[in-house]
Design a protein around this ligand. Structure first.
Ligand SMILES: [Zn+2]
Length: 120
């Protein structure tokens, strides 16, 4: 069910915008209520100025079973410390170590791929 990040109200499947305030609705598994946010202690594990790169890592983490959330400067509804010039990837505090190790592995694989490019 899509959720309005402003009204915190669920709408029927298939709707894209909130009829009350016009906000783009989020899939509810991407939506974290502010109170859940502080309870679950989300931490930044990766930042980049490239949103696609952060999205790629998020997808990798989620395929490994680690719930991750992308914060960009567009997401004003989320409490995000620090500056807004970069895209941030956050995971739950309990997943931080796994996520960091996983990101490191993904980055290393990308570097290897880049180095071996052109050898074929
Ligand atoms: Zn709304």
């Amino acid at each position: 069910m899509p959720v309005c990040p402003k009204c915190e109200y669920e709408y029927v499947e298939g709707m894209a915008f909130c009829p009350d305030c016009g906000s783009a609705l989020l899939p509810d598994d991407d939506y974290i209520k502010p109170e859940e946010w502080s309870e679950q202690n989300w931490e930044i594990v990766y930042t980049s100025s490239q949103e696609y790169e952060v999205e790629m890592i998020k997808n990798n983490l989620e395929s490994a079973g680690i719930k991750a959330v992308v914060l960009s400067q567009k997401d004003r509804n989320y409490p995000a410390p620090g500056d807004f010039s970069v895209v941030k990837l956050l995971v739950r505090k309990e997943d931080v170590q796994d996520a960091v190790a996983f990101i490191q592995k993904v980055k290393n694989e990308n570097i290897k791929e880049a180095e071996t490019n052109g050898d074929e």
